[in-house]
Design a protein around this ligand. Sequence first.
Ligand SMILES: Cc1cc2nc3c(=O)[nH]c(=O)nc-3n(C[C@H](O)[C@H](O)[C@H](O)COP(=O)(O)O)c2cc1C
Length: 386
Amino acid sequence: MDNSNSANAPTPALFNTIEIRDLRIRNRIVISPMQQYRAERDGMPNNWHLSHLTKLAVGGAGLVFTEALATEESGRATHSDLGLWNDAQAEALRPIAEEIARQGAVPGAQLIHAGRKASVQKPWDGYQSLGAADAARGEEPWQVVGPSAIPANPGWQTPKAMSIDEIRRALDAFGVAARRAARAGFQVLNIHGAHGYLIHSFLSPISNHREDEYGVDLGGRMRFALEVAEAVRAEWPANLPIFYRLSCIDDLEGGWTLEDTIILARELGARGIDVIDCSSRGLGPRGTLATATQGEGFQVPFAARVRAETGIRTMAVGLIRQAAFANAVVEEESADFVAIGREALFNPHWPLHAALELGHDRRYDAWPDSYGWWLARRARTAPAVR
Ligand SMILES: Cc1cc2nc3c(=O)[nH]c(=O)nc-3n(C[C@H](O)[C@H](O)[C@H](O)COP(=O)(O)O)c2cc1C
């Protein structure tokens, strides 16, 4: 958004453009990946996904991520998730990527294998492992997999511990999905290595009790995450960036720590990962989202620490709501990007509002003409309105 009306006013840090590899992004605001649970069949997107993501691009974000796209059919969390395990899905995602780009945002795709948190009900159906009652209404459960045969939550399905062959197939599927995402027109990838899904479950000593080369110690537990990075980097265009989402802490006794994250982040950087997307938690006892005790930007300190200690770019996420706060995160170099999730559901025009609030856009110049012309006029004729 090169739209500052005041030639002298410095651009707020939040609205500085950024270049990574060959990509230029108009500002630092990112729409965090958010499952819609709206696929009606076969992991295929529909008009809901198109209008939802287009709306968020119109809202002024620099980068708009799709929800997590499953790399394999069995890697979906619910029957209503989107996938990228076949070419038809990639073709159906193409118009969405194109429309995000047409609205001036960079289209990004997130890749996931849900691991032992697969085969579950939608949140509003109870978020339990699928069972007989779900099968009766057409949502058959399937066998979930993980590093070890340890369920994610009490009463949830016990995963099958993956064989080395199954691990290799999962790695291949990440690579192939990355290639499909590029062909569909996405320009950034986000690998979902957080929130207790397959990659995270290999990282954490709580969920990974393997005694082979994919477990035992930190090096072994990191192997799968690093091999995913390698598989994806090999298939993803060298001139385009990759983000990697991590749960920086498990926040559980004996779990994954911030020190582990820093070691992993360095290794990911060495494998061509451009941005560490700093989330937390989600392994076992539920809750990756903020609780009552957590305040604005509660995960920003993770992004700041990873950035300071590794020199790799970071993205902060989690209860970022105030424009001034978001701007300070970038200005103080705690992170290079701020991602908003629920705040964008609340107000899809959040980035445009932030530009007004920070004085970067004084006359609705950043808005599409169809809106901005009227709103600027309204502001002139009814001065009580911004
Ligand atoms: C409806 C919803 C769906 C989500 N789906 C995903 C997802 O697909 N992938 C992911 O990495 N995180 C997902 N998250 C987590 C968000 O990306 C984000 O990290 C989290 O909501 C915290 O940011 P917020 O406080 O701005 O919402 C989801 C969150 C919500 C609310």
